[in-house]
Design a protein around this ligand. Structure first.
Ligand code: FAD
Length: 318
C-alpha cells in the first residue's frame, strides 16, 4: 500500500514508522529482525531501509603495494526490503540514491522493486563518499534527486530508458523525497532549498520525510513555509533521540542541525551515560506529543540499529 494511502486511511491519527540500515556485508538478516521485532507491537505501516553508497578501501598486496578498490559495505537494500515484507507483511520502503548507479542500473533496480510488490520509494541524491570531499555523480548516473525522481515518474508513465517498445507496463511507485527544516548544508540559503523542494513536488513527489531536528519550531516553520510555497504533500518528521553525550558534537557535525541549549545543557549536566539516555528519551517523548498536536502525519524514527530508545518513546507517546 502507498504511504499516502496509509496516511489517508489513518484519518488524522498519527502513525509510527522507522528506518534501519541493511546488514553489513557478511552479516545475517537476523540482526535486522532483532531490531524490528521489539517494535512490531506498535503496528508500523511501513519500514524504511536506507542505501549506502560504495566507498573506496585500500587493499594491501604482499608486495606492500596498495590497491584502491570500490567496496559496498551494505549492498542489500532491495533484498532486505523483500525479507521484511515476507516476514512481517508490512510495506518496506527502499531508499534509492543517485550516487554509485548508472541510470540503467537504477532502472533495473526499480523493475526488481516493482516485481517484488514494493509500492513506495524514497529518492535521494545520496551523500558524498567518505573518500570524496563533495558529492561526485557516477558517470551515466543521476546528479540530483530531481533527476532520479523524473526517472521514476517516467517509469510510472510507462516510459523507460531507450524505450522503443509501445505499451510498456507502467510502474506505480509512491515517491518520497527528503526535506531539511534546518536547510541542506550545500544550499546557499533556505529559499534556494525550497525552490528545489518545490520542484521535486511539482515533478511528482508524493510525500516528504525530513532530516532529524530537536526543536519543533523548526518543523512548524518548515511546514508553514512549504504551504506558502504551494507544497501540499504530507511532511513526515524524521526523529532520533540523543542517547550519548558524544552526539552533542557528532549529530550537528554529520547532519548539520542545531541542538537547543536547554537539551544540550541538560545532557551536559548528566552524571552518567544512563542519565544521558533518559534525558534524550524524555525530550523526544515531549517532542513527539507536540508534533502530534502540530498535525504530523507519521512519527518516523531513525533507529540506527537500536530499537530500545524508540520503543520507550512510543510507549511514552501512545
Ligand atoms: P537533492 O534534493 O539532490 O539536493 C542536494 C543539494 O542540491 C541541495 O542543496 C539542494 O538544494 C540542491 N539541489 C537540488 N536539486 C538541484 C538541482 N536540480 N540543481 C541544482 N541544485 C539542486 N543518504 C544516503 O546516502 N542513503 C540514504 O539512505 C539516505 N537516506 C536519507 C533519508 C532522509 C529522510 C534524509 C533527510 C536524508 C537521507 N540521506 C541518505 C542523506 C541525503 O542523501 C543527503 O542529505 C544528500 O546530501 C542530499 O540528498 P537529497 O536527496 O536531499 O538531494
Amino acid at each position: 500500500m502507498k504511504i499516502t494511502e496509509h496516511i489517508a486511511s489513518a484519518k488524522g491519527k498519527p502513525l509510527f514508522s522507522f528506518e534501519l540500515l541493511p546488514p553489513i556485508k557478511g552479516q545475517s538478516i537476523q540482526g535486522i529482525f532483532n531490531t524490528i521485532d521489539p517494535l512490531m507491537e506498535f503496528n508500523p505501516p511501513f519500514i524504511d531501509v536506507t542505501y549506502l553508497r560504495e566507498d573506496y578501501i585500500y587493499k594491501q598486496h604482499p608486495s606492500g603495494l596498495l590497491e584502491k578498490v570500490a567496496y559496498r559495505k551494505r549492498p542489500s537494500t532491495v533484498a532486505t526490503c523483500a525479507a521484511i515484507m515476507n516476514r512481517y507483511k508490512v510495506d518496506a520502503v527502499p531508499h534509492l540514491i543517485c550516487g554509485g548507479f548508472t541510470k540503467e542500473e537504477t532502472e533495473n533496480a526499480l523493475i526488481d522493486l516493482q516485481f517484488l510488490g514494493i509500492d513506495n520509494v524514497l529518492v535521494l541524491r545520496g551523500d558524498a563518499r567518505k573518500s570524496d570531499s563533495t558529492f561526485i555523480p557516477t558517470p551515466g548516473g543521476h546528479a540530483y534527486a530531481t533527476e532520479l525522481l523524473e526517472h521514476v515518474v517516467n517509469m510510472n508513465n510507462g516510459v523507460y530508458l531507450h524505450d522503443m517498445m509501445e505499451g510498456s507496463e507502467k510502474t506505480d511507485f509512491c515517491i518520497g523525497v527528503a526535506g531539511y527544516p534546518e536547510k541542506h548544508f550545500e544550499s546557499p540559503n533556505l529559499e534556494t532549498d525550497f525552490k528545489y523542494l518545490k520542484r521535486k513536488v511539482e515533478l511528482g513527489a508524493n510525500f516528504i520525510v525530513t532530516q532529524m531536528f530537536f526543536d519543533n519550531n523548526k518543523y512548524r516553520i518548515f511546514v508553514e513555509k512549504c504551504k506558502k510555497h504551494g507544497i501540499n504533500v504530507p511532511i513526515i518528521p524524521g526523529l532520533k533521540p540523543i542517547t550519548t553525550r558524544k552526539q552533542l558534537v557528532s549529530l550537528p557535525k554529520v547532519f548539520h542541525l542545531d541542538i537547543p541549549l536547554e537539551l544540550s545543557e541538560a545532557i551536559e549536566a548528566c552524571k552518567n551515560p544512563k542519565d544521558v539516555k533518559e534525558v534524550g528519551i524524555e525530550w523526544m517523548i515531549h517532542q513527539c506529543k507536540e508534533l502530534i498536536k502540530l498535525g504530523a502525519p507519521v512519527l518516523h524514527f531513525y533507529t540506527m540499529g537500536n530499537p530500545e530508545p524508540t520503543k520507550r518513546i512510543i510507549q511514552g507517546v501512545f
